[in-house]
Design a protein around this ligand. Sequence first.
Ligand SMILES: Nc1ncnc2c1ncn2[C@@H]1O[C@H](COP(=O)(O)OP(=O)(O)OP(=O)(O)O)[C@@H](O)[C@H]1O
Ligand SMILES: [Mg+2]
Length: 312
Amino acid sequence: MDTIIEIKGLTKDYEKGFWKKKKIRALDDLSLQVEGGQIFGFLGGNGAGKTTTLKLLMSLIFPTEGSAKILGAEIGDPAMHQKIGYCPESPYFYDYLKADELMVYFGRLFGMDKGSAEKRSAELLTRVGLEKKDWKRQLRKFSKGMLQRVGLAQSLINDPEIVFMDEPMSGLDPIGRRQVRELIAELREEGKTVFMSSHILTDIEALCDNVAILRKGRLVEEGNLAELLRSTAQDSGFEVSVGGIESSVFKEAIKGKIASEINVKPGGFSLNVANEQDVEAVLASLNKLGGRLIGVNPVRQSLEELFVREET
Ligand SMILES: Nc1ncnc2c1ncn2[C@@H]1O[C@H](COP(=O)(O)OP(=O)(O)OP(=O)(O)O)[C@@H](O)[C@H]1O
Ligand SMILES: [Mg+2]
């Protein structure tokens, strides 16, 4: 797949204060390449610079330094913007518009005739899980999650090749989150690219092929998500969960084989063991002492651990 987003040294300073102007560097020399046909996760804690990056890419604000290309065109190129979609963070629309009016309005902006815009609007509002009875309600009566769905539908009106989504799951209840997750996965199946920022790590783990992690405006980690998690998980070993035995007795019997503290679990306790040989030795002791095995699981580093490590 081709590189369809190419960011080079993108930097943004905001000015703060009225009298004494002070500069805040919100984004510092970001270089990043994203290939097409995938879901790319753009991660970072509050204030890391995610929204700033997305606004720069959407040409809503201008970089202090650096440049970027989307689909081979400079980010200011209006023709390129016809081929991409953008769902802002906490989207806010004119209160007195109705959901379907807003959609048709955006469709017309992209040059669709009224009939096609209405058809596409109905398709998309259904797809994001908004009930038909709500299509003709004014947006001021919408909940946060409903507005989020309208924002997502709006970002897809022009059948974009790349969709940029800033925290697409925020404000959604668990059912809504699942619907949006499925929608994003479907977009990838259609060959689209989704560039999404988020700090909801379970969603990122469930969806993203590649990720970049920002911290205080700087890129700290980048790559294939599975590989990133694997490469930082070399000596994590196995978690053995057992029951029907005193933890102190067991601990004494397998001295030297335990790689962690004992954790109390429902029905017993668990402990970490470094490698497969140790697992076998631990299971043999358990058998001898008449304990019960609940399970053995490889310890996989979660994205949360990676994320927290980058933050500290
Ligand atoms: N218009 C602005 N003027 C001044 N400072 C700003 C402005 N917008 C953002 N900032 C600052 O820039 C930094 C990055 O903000 P940004 O909104 O890009 O972060 P974010 O990663 O999207 O965070 P969040 O997860 O909270 O949405 C923060 O320190 C923020 O306070
Ligand atoms: Mg943000």
